[in-house]
Design a binder for this molecule. Structure first.
Ligand code: SF4
Ligand code: SF4
Length: 298
């Protein structure tokens, strides 16, 4: 078996413990897996993994308009057409506010002197880093107001696959973005298994159903972990009934444990801090690998 098996950890909503699960699996996988942080809009995996940056590159997503003051005749046509109020006129000069500019390019098309150029927008950075389990992680930071997080996620994943290939890793563990938007779609692309982390609340069940819809579209095999399973046993039961009806394998119930929050506070991984939880994550990791392996063999 030579193809890299990707296991993406998703939640449908924030706060379910997704990142704690992803980091614990990566800790247990060691050099078997590369870790990819695709939650680029609110990345926090690096806080737990303590990455040692090996390589950093700039990420350009979308475009931003720029006026050449030498060519501009201050006619105001650009300001008239900008629907985002990104162009202002002050002290006899037209200027563009980079944060308000949506990069639509309309102003550049109406400018009579060709004074406006659409430039690539610096939106973030992406990194390749060593992590303390002896492996590496691919991660990124989206700058405030930065756009195109789906494209940045695709870059993080592309790097992660290349790193896995170069280092002979069998697996890629991806911490996906919460929700079901564009970054989640990018996180799922190419994944064999989607490990869905939920909690027993009605809103989490609702979000689980939504993310499952997307997972099915990508032909990834869904697996389920219920975190804080004992905080509402009735809803936990409802989630299990739903999982059964959808033929989703339920791998584990994780009872409420303060180790999740405490580990985060200490910038440590849950599985390295708590032996009981480590045991649960070991069985989840073994099962997720087994399912990912079988998806390649079938
Ligand atoms: S590119 Fe679009 S949003 Fe940006 S300044 Fe021009 S018209 Fe406004
Ligand atoms: S349309 Fe062109 S020339 Fe006119 S104010 Fe804008 S940038 Fe200057």
């Amino acid at each position: 078996m030579d193809s890299i098996r990707e296991i993406v950890v998703l939640s449908g909503k924030g706060g379910t413990g997704k990142t704690s699960v992803a980091s614990s699996l990566a800790y247990l996988a060691g050099k078997e897996a590369i870790l990819a942080d695709c939650d680029v809009d609110a990345s926090n995996l690096h806080l737990i993994m303590g990455p040692d940056i090996i390589k950093k590159e700039l990420f350009y997503g979308g475009e931003v308009a720029q006026i050449d003051i030498e060519t501009c005749i201050q006619c105001g046509k650009c300001k008239e057409v900008c629907r985002f109020d990104a162009i202002s006129f002050s002290a006899g000069v037209h200027t563009i506010d980079n944060l308000s500019c949506e990069g639509c390019g309309y102003c550049s098309r109406v400018c009579p002197t060709g004074a406006i150029t659409m430039m690539p927008r610096l939106s973030g950075e992406f990194y390749i880093s060593g992590i303390r389990n002896g492996s590496q992680m691919s991660h990124a930071k989206l700058f405030a107001g930065g756009e195109n997080s789906g494209k940045l996620v695709a870059t993080v994943k592309k790097n992660a696959y290349r790193m896995a290939k170069e280092r002979g890793c069998d697996y890629l563990i991806t911490d996906g973005a919460p929700g079901i938007g564009c970054p989640v779609v990018s996180s799922l692309s190419g994944a064999k298994v989607a490990l869905l982390v939920t909690e027993p609340t009605m809103s989490a069940l609702h979000d689980l159903k939504r993310v499952l819809f997307v997972v099915r579209r990508f032909n990834a095999i869904p697996l389920l972990v219920i975190n804080k399973s004992d905080i509402n046993e009735a809803v936990s039961e409802e989630i299990k009934i739903f999982a059964k009806s959808e033929k989703i394998e339920h791998l584990a119930d994780i009872p409420f444990n303060t180790a999740f929050v405490e580990s985060m506070g200490k910038a440590r991984i849950v599985a390295e801090e708590n032996q009981f939880l480590k045991g649960i994550f070991e069985s989840v990791w073994e099962k997720a690998k087994e399912v990912a392996d079988s998806s390649v063999q079938n």
